[in-house]
Design a protein around this ligand. Structure first.
Ligand code: ADP
Ligand code: G6P
Length: 494
């Protein structure tokens, strides 16, 4: 019998192809989806289908693509997008409708009907690319909010592959979701997958609640492991995504990383180093974070000079107006804080970097940071939080984490959880972190690292695939408690 193929589909491939004077070059993509899936594909092999991040003709960068795939150990299949598709599908429906809506920010949405039409058309385009490679019984794993109508398009083409979906971002509660003008067709399209995976039990519950609101005939089966609508039964579960813990640990322990981390402390001596690392995104709570730091310095003059915030912002989605406005706001705030508190020739409160760090720099920043300040207003998971724990080899440091990050469910045992909208409470948490006794720092970070090590990205992929292939629905009844997944790992026939 032919072994079934493992095909991953996401809007983006893990590399962005850029034209240089010496031809096309593959650069690593950023974002949680790529970080999580790279080790999975490297481990299992298979095919990854997605947009190569360049709008040139696919044949131009085909050699660079094939070389990147050969080096990585799996096949990369490009789906080129035109400028019009990028405008209406990627920037438009994906990032001006679904992204803000699913992060509870409906006022940021632009419900342009043309965006929806383009979204359907581009999903159909991806479906044709998948259908050309996936036979009956192959396992097609679709990722994230750009491709929620892909299964419906594949069914239209007559695909008999097994179709699973994982949503990397949160799923909103009904009062938010119902604002979407295309709420019914979107939910019906999702119901064409065989398995739907969410980050947390709350996201799964929200999905079920939306379905029940719009389709009163929907029924739960197998203690909530599946939803039935008419003749279709779809498996649903919560599977908290993670990182390749051991790979981060190994790399962070390398001498070049340690040397760079020491250099950072030499440059910024005699103070606690507090780190923020985020893609430029209004969901990450960077401006409120800066205001919380400002509040700390106003309230506690004795802490001035004793703590610096190193805020790294990775360029992202710059063509969308909200992102540009946010960048200006961050720069103004950082300037205001430094203008008010910096000391000539000495301490500077905010070190702001707007650039993409190399792997070495990122890991050195993680290792050097005494405190990580991760305060998204809402986040599907937040892998930066988990990476920080994995890289904190000395364990003598503190994680301050938003209670609205998906990761809070698993990391509540060791992190200082904060409401990112409450700037005074965040300021207090920073003070607690700065003044925390060593024994407590060590104990908390040890708990955090154990949690990330036990539930790494390979645990996540096993849980998901087991839910996809389980014969008995009862074997993966939904996780009800934070930090649980819907299925325990087991040997897989895939
Ligand atoms: P999001 O997916 O919303 O960007 P996450 O925190 O889940 O948020 O994931 C961000 C990912 O981007 C992390 O895995 C992090 O290591 C990665 N990253 C951060 N900075 C860079 C960078 N300069 N270059 C490439 N990847 C980066
Ligand atoms: C988040 C999304 C991913 C996306 C990433 C980077 O992690 O969940 O799907 O790839 O952000 O965003 P970008 O728009 O550059 O792909």
């Amino acid at each position: 019998m032919r072994r079934s193929r493992f095909i991953v589909v996401s809007n983006r491939l893990p590399y962005v192809f850029k034209r240089t004077a010496r031809g096309w070059r593959a650069e690593a993509g950023s974002g949680g989806l790529v970080t999580a899936l790279l080790p999975v594909l490297r481990d299992r092999g298979g095919t990854w289908i997605g947009w190569p991040g360049a709008s040139g003709a696919a044949r131009e960068f085909k050699p660079a693509l094939a070389a990147a795939g050969a080096k990585a150990g799996y096949t990369l299949v490009p789906v080129p997008l035109t400028e019009e598709e990028l405008g209406n599908f990627y920037h438009g429906f994906s990032n001006e409708v679904i992204w803000p809506l699913f992060h509870d920010l409906p006022s940021f949405c632009n419900f342009d009907p043309q965006y929806w039409r383009s979204y359907r058309a581009v999903n159909a385009k991806y479906a044709r690319a998948v259908h050309a490679r996936a036979s009956a019984g192959d396992f097609v794993w679709v990722h994230d909010y750009h491709l929620m109508t892909l299964a419906a398009e594949l069914r239209r083409l007559g695909s008999r592959a097994r179709l699973a979906f994982f949503l990397h971002i949160p799923f909103p509660a009904p009062d938010i979701f119902l604002k979407l003008p295309w709420r019914e067709p979107l939910l019906h399209a999702l119901m064409e997958f065989d398995l739907l995976g969410f980050q947390t039990p709350r996201d799964r519950r929200n999905f079920v609640a939306c379905l029940q609101t719009l389709e009163p005939g929907v029924k739960l089966e197998g203690r909530g492991a599946a939803v039935r609508l008419g003749t279709r039964a779809v498996r649903i579960g919560a599977f908290p995504i993670s990182i390749d813990y051991n790979a981060f640990l190994r790399r962070a322990a390398a001498v070049d990383v340690a040397a760079k981390a020491r250099e950072l402390h030499r440059l910024l001596p005699k103070r606690k180093l507090m780190l923020g690392v985020d893609r430029l995104d209004y969901t990450k709570g960077i401006t409120l974070r800066l205001k919380a730091f400002e509040t700390l310095l106003e309230r506690y003059p004795d802490l001035r000079g004793r703590v610096s915030l190193l805020q790294v912002v990775v360029p992202s989605r710059e063509d969308i107006a909200q992102y540009g406005r946010m960048k200006t706001e961050i720069e103004q705030l950082a300037g205001r804080i430094n203008g008010a508190f910096a000391r000539p020739g000495g301490w500077v409160p905010v070190w702001y970097e707007y650039r993409s760090l190399s792997r070495l720099e990122l890991l050195a920043y993680y290792r050097a940071a005494d405190i990580a300040l991760i305060t998204p207003l809402k986040d599907g998971m937040n892998l930066v939080a988990k990476e920080y724990c994995a890289c904190s080899i000395e364990e003598d440091c503190v994680l301050i984490l938003s209670e609205f990050a998906g990761a809070a469910a698993q990391l509540s045992g060791g992190a200082l959880l904060v409401n990112p909208f409450d700037v005074e409470a965040v300021a207090e948490a920073i003070r607690d972190a700065v003044l925390m006794p060593e024994a407590e720092r060590l104990a908390r970070m040890r708990r955090l690292r154990r949690a990330v090590r036990r539930q790494d990205v390979f645990w996540w992929v096993d849980c998901f695939l087991r839910a996809a292939v389980a014969r008995d629905l009862r074997s993966f009844a939904p996780a009800r408690r934070a930090g649980e997944a819907s299925a325990a790992p087991a040997a897989l026939p895939l």
